[in-house]
Design a protein around this ligand. Structure first.
Ligand SMILES: [Zn+2]
Ligand SMILES: [Zn+2]
Length: 126
């Protein structure tokens, strides 16, 4: 049984990403878009958003947009090896290796959580 986890709220930072021409071949989409930070609020280091997997042979690498007061950049990182159970039977963390703050399954998106609570006040859905 999983113990009740108080959880972490997701960081609400957002940034606009404009892929530079040299990055476009690596990305799923060359369109500019909004990046929403996927880390827990109060994290240290820069904000980070998963962009896509790096499409090439070799060790698994993921491409992230990381940004802070000084601007942003595309960064390649190995995936976080963490899982909910600590072994391969669990759900994998969707963040990058050595990320700050909690693993992805510990982070609650406040927008989704607010929606869930709003629905809960309307009585059972079933
Ligand atoms: Zn953030
Ligand atoms: Zn993790």
């Amino acid at each position: 049984m999983a113990t009740a986890d108080p959880g972490l709220l997701r960081c609400t930072a957002a940034d606009e990403v404009h892929p530079p021409p040299q990055m476009v071949p690596l990305l799923d989409s060359a369109e500019p878009g909004w990046a929403l930070c996927e880390l827990a609020e109060d994290h240290d280091d820069r904000h980070a958003t998963f962009i896509c997997d790096l499409k090439r042979p070799g060790p698994e690498l993921t491409i992230w947009w990381m940004w802070g007061p000084g601007g942003g950049e595309f960064v390649m990182r190995h995936p976080c090896p963490g899982t909910t159970t600590g072994d391969e039977s669990g759900d994998a963390c969707t963040l990058f290796h050595a990320h700050p703050s909690g693993h992805s399954w510990q982070v609650t998106d406040p927008t989704m959580e607010a929606l869930r609570q709003e629905l809960a006040t309307r009585g059972p859905i079933l």
